[in-house]
Design a protein around this ligand. Structure first.
Ligand code: PEP
Length: 265
């Protein structure tokens, strides 16, 4: 969870999607760690995680452990099942065994391209929590949803469906990712992100209780760049970003992580 002081620690997460093989992941993580070290980045101030493809995770784990990096990492998806005849699936237990701390669940690309339903996503959230992983639960509306139902209805409904079975106090991260903003170059405005994040936090109070809702990091995702991160980070209910394309550009990602240096710009 965010922080024992009650203040939420900002969280910048890079979703690599299906990019960078295991050798490229080693080079990238090494350069990222050096870049942040050069910039005197402190991970207690802004937490940073990367989400490489499954085949990279062992390499990333070995590097992070050997070089004692404070960088976190996680999977881009998890099976709803623990083990068994589920060809191609990856269990939460396997991710945990590789020191993953987080796992992305319900990304819009999985909802759309893999037909993931709210029920399946809820089962994946339960599986992640069962195995001691913090779900980074993605919710967000399409352009059509936005026109039909306004900005918050669909993300809030997805949140409620995904967390219906979780206990009060559950440790989760929520990523608000309007589908129309992902990979489009057209980010939401900071005010739009704040409006939905505030509604999501209200819904979290009902779902996991006031204390956990106050401590839960809500990220914005969708065409985040070094040039627009500061605006999002100034919002009361936005605690970080889930970054796709820009997380593959070392200078960009490093600059996004160091958003505190340009919040005044
Ligand atoms: C994402 O896929 O989670 C994402 C936010 O992508 P991008 O930053 O490229 O819009």
């Amino acid at each position: 969870m965010a922080s024992v002081t009650g203040k939420r620690t900002p969280f910048i997460a890079g979703n690599w999607k299906m990019n960078l093989d295991h050798l490229q992941s080693i080079a990238f993580v090494q350069k990222l760690a050096w870049s942040l070290k050069d910039a005197r980045h402190t991970f207690e101030t802004v937490e940073v995680a990367v989400f490489p493809p499954f085949t990279d995770l062992r390499s990333v784990q070995t590097l992070v452990s050997a070089d004692k990096y404070e960088l976190k990492f996680g999977g881009q998806d998890v099976s709803a099942f623990d083990s068994g005849a589920y060809t191609g699936e990856i269990s939460g237990a396997f991710l945990k065994a590789l020191d993953c701390q987080y796992v992305i669940i319900g990304h819009s690309e999985r909802r759309t391209l893999h037909n993931e339903t709210d029920e399946l996503i809820a089962a994946k959230v339960a599986a992640a929590l069962k195995h001691g992983l913090v779900p980074v639960l993605c919710v967000g509306e399409t352009a059509e949803d936005l026109e039909k139902h306004g900005p918050s209805a669909v993300p809030v409904a997805q949140l409620k469906a995904a967390l219906a079975g979780v206990t009060v106090g559950a440790d989760i991260v929520v990523a608000y990712e309007p589908v129309w903003a992902i990979g489009s170059g057209q980010a939401a405005t900071p005010e739009q992100a704040e409006q939905v994040a505030a509604q999501l936090r209200l819904a979290l109070v009902e779902l996991i209780g006031q204390e956990a809702a106050d401590a839960t990091r809500i990220l914005y995702g969708g065409s985040v760049k070094s040039s627009n991160i500061a605006g999002f980070m100034r919002q009361t209910n936005v605690d970080g970003a889930l970054v796709g394309g820009a997380s593959l550009d070392l200078a960009e990602f490093s600059s996004i992580v160091q958003f505190q240096k340009h919040v005044g710009t």
